[in-house]
Design a protein around this ligand. Structure first.
Ligand SMILES: Cc1ncc(COP(=O)(O)O)c(C=O)c1O
Length: 426
């Protein structure tokens, strides 16, 4: 039966047989037992499917990955230990020393550092482009050794909306896949494969878990990018992997499975970064209510943004679902039923006023986290970015007055009342 999205959130990825556990079982075992060495040998040769060591694959994690795969409309998926490792693996699976990647400049700071510093040390160069650039400017960023394009559906923290079709068109014109980090939108609000993206990543730590309980990540493949059309560029997928008994991933697993099988068999084997079965179980509890929670996160954020917009002590509000926002039209196209729960705004009076405001909040808690059921709020200038002076903050696009609020699942009126009383103290 072809199930609808909401039903997949609740029941996708795992169908118990007669008398089997209703919940996804937590298989808390590092290893798996076989009767003969031949049986196990077949697994090592990737000739039979099954489990042998939880650093590569674990049944609990696979059920949860299968659910996220269904939600995104992909052909294969894997869980990772964090969103950071998901983005690292997604790129490193197809790009190595001497290669180049085009990325939107408007991405999560941790991803920017991973690309611009750590992966640069591995010999992979990134060109960062303004997400609002013209098609000509975007095309000009490509080089003969470009292997992928990267962007975030809704960027953290700038809240820019990626023109997925524009980025997909440019990527495909240059024979490379588009990787989209869909963390903030979640597949409830946007399914990037429907707009041309080839690979999707997630920090499941955010809305997918949604309760601030488990760090994790996920990579999903659409199965649509034809690696075999560029066998030299993607030799890692189209020629025998000597480190894996000479398997050629595209031949053995087809376009539907080659990319994720390689990332599992090669990168997980060598680098680790697995998600624990316990964390995967917790993640699945979050996924079961993702469609219900996202709706409320978005309603609360829109109510808060609309209130802030009219408040005399607020100088600006940034929320892409708010009419008049620079990204409103793109948000209506890619995120018509809602964007995310994160709103940023500026308080008149700058750093000092923002500090006073933060001090008086009673419902919103000061945290670096976002996307939790509980409202969390951050003033970067006095916390994560406190080493910067006002001029440096402005240059980084994080003004001294900027407050980022991740609206939780509380009553919207309580969030508004809390903001109102804290602003009265400013
Ligand atoms: C859009 C985005 N991608 C990736 C990450 C990294 O995820 P994690 O913290 O799970 O490693 C984050 C973290 O905030 C994020 O916001």
């Amino acid at each position: 039966m072809d199930l609808r999205f909401n039903t997949k959130c609740v029941q996708g990825g795992y169908t118990p047989g007669n008398g089997e556990p209703r919940q996804i079982p937590i298989i808390q075992s590092t290893t798996f037992k076989y009767d003969t060495s031949e049986d196990m040998g077949k697994l090592f040769d990737l000739e039979a499917s099954g489990y042998f060591y939880s650093r590569l694959q674990n049944p609990t994690c696979d059920h949860v990955a299968a659910k996220i795969c269904e939600l995104e409309g992909g052909t294969a998926a894997m869980l990772t230990g964090s969103g950071q490792s998901a983005n690292f693996y997604a790129v490193f699976n197809i790009a190595g020393c001497g290669d180049h990647v085009v990325s939107s400049a408007s991405i999560y700071g941790g991803s920017f550092n991973l690309f611009a510093v750590t992966m640069k040390r591995m010999g992979i160069e990134f060109t960062f482009v303004d997400p609002d650039c013209t098609e000509e400017e975007l095309n000009a960023a490509f080089r003969p050794n470009t292997k992928a394009v990267f962007g975030e559906t809704i960027a953290n923290p700038a809240l820019t909306v990626l023109d997925i079709e524009k980025f997909a068109k440019a990527a495909h014109a240059h024979g490379v896949p588009l990787i989209v980090d869909n963390t903030f939108a979640t597949p409830v609000n946007c399914r990037p494969f429907e707009w041309g993206a080839d690979i999707v990543t997630h920090s499941t730590t955010k809305y997918m878990d949604g309760h601030g309980a488990a760090v994790g990540g996920c990579i999903v493949d659409s199965g649509k990018f034809d690696w075999t059309a560029y066998p030299e560029k993607f030799a890692c997928l189209c020629t025998p992997d000597e480190s894996y008994h000479g398997v050629t991933y595209t031949e053995r697993f087809g376009l539907a499975g080659a990319y994720i099988t390689k990332a599992t068999a090669q990168l997980m084997r060598d680098l680790g970064s697995v998600q624990s079965p316990q964390s995967a179980f917790i993640l699945n509890l979050g996924l079961e209510s993702l469609h219900v929670r996202m709706k409320r996160h978005c309603e609360n954020a829109l109510a808060v943004a609309s209130y802030l917009e009219k408040h005399p002590k607020i100088s600006w509000v940034n929320y892409c679902s708010l009419p008049g926002n620079k990204y409103y039209d793109l948000a209506q196209k890619y995120l018509p039923s809602g964007s995310c729960g994160v709103v940023s705004f500026g308080i008149k009076g700058g750093r000092t006023a923002a500090e006073v405001f933060m001090k008086h909040l009673k419902v919103g808690a000061i945290e670096t986290h976002v996307a939790d059921a509980r409202t969390c709020i951050l003033h970067p200038a006095s916390s994560t970015h406190r080493q910067m002076n006002d001029a440096e903050l402005a240059a980084a696009g994080v003004g001294a007055d900027l407050v980022r609020m991740s609206c939780g699942l509380e009553d919207a009126q309580d969030l508004i009342d809390d903001i109102a009383q804290a602003l009265e103290q400013v």
